[in-house]
Design a protein around this ligand. Sequence first.
Ligand code: PEP
Length: 257
Amino acid sequence: MNLPRKIIIGNWKLNDTVAEGTVLLHKIHQELKGFSTATIIVCPPATHLYPLHRELTSLKSEPKIELGAQNISDFESGAHTGEVSAIMVRDLAKYSIIGHSERRTHYGETDDQITRKVAIALEHGLQPILCVGENLQQRHDGKAHQVVLDQLNTDLADVTAAELKKVIIAYEPIWAIGTGTFAKPAEIEDMLRLIRNALVQSFGQLASTESRIVYGGSVDAENAKTILNLQGCDGVLVGGASLKPKEFATIVRATDK
Ligand code: PEP
């Protein structure tokens, strides 16, 4: 039986012009020349999706790099100035990050909005990369499990068992994002197990076995192999290090057994 490929997701956040992003994409492709055994997804700013989609169409050799948006609107269309909808993104990208902690914290995004975004993404053929995770206070208060379970319960409320396999869940403890401190291996394994068990409870054994759960939070070239080899870890979501082509390539290559 073929093992499912590990997933490496780069979140470029609010960085790089279109010209710089194009160079970055080519550098990543060049660094990983011929590499074909991981699913590689980069999530640039929305303005970059169209030009990068065109660039990728012209790159015929391995590695295959796929695109994700960093966010979509919780509406399909209408009077929502500044928003970008799933319908606009779906021709350019296969995935969208949804519910990143920066959106929850800085932009007040609620779990109800995230529920709608997940449903809209699936309805229009985009695969959600759903981010969940606790903050430091919640972990210190012993509430980390409950926070993540509550987020999952709400955010996946409108997802069917058949749709679940299209959802990538990213466990991202907020205290580990952009801090240089990644969660301890035992903490990561514990949360990945908790999430998998919650999916089994809500969606049944088969559906949950097929869904993919990744870790995010200060993943870098040094710690990638350790994290990728953890029990239940299907991949990583990488922020800062995804802007450095050599380092991002090292993380992708760490998926090799
Ligand atoms: C992120 O943006 O989701 C992230 C995990 O960032 P970093 O890798 O920089 O911690």
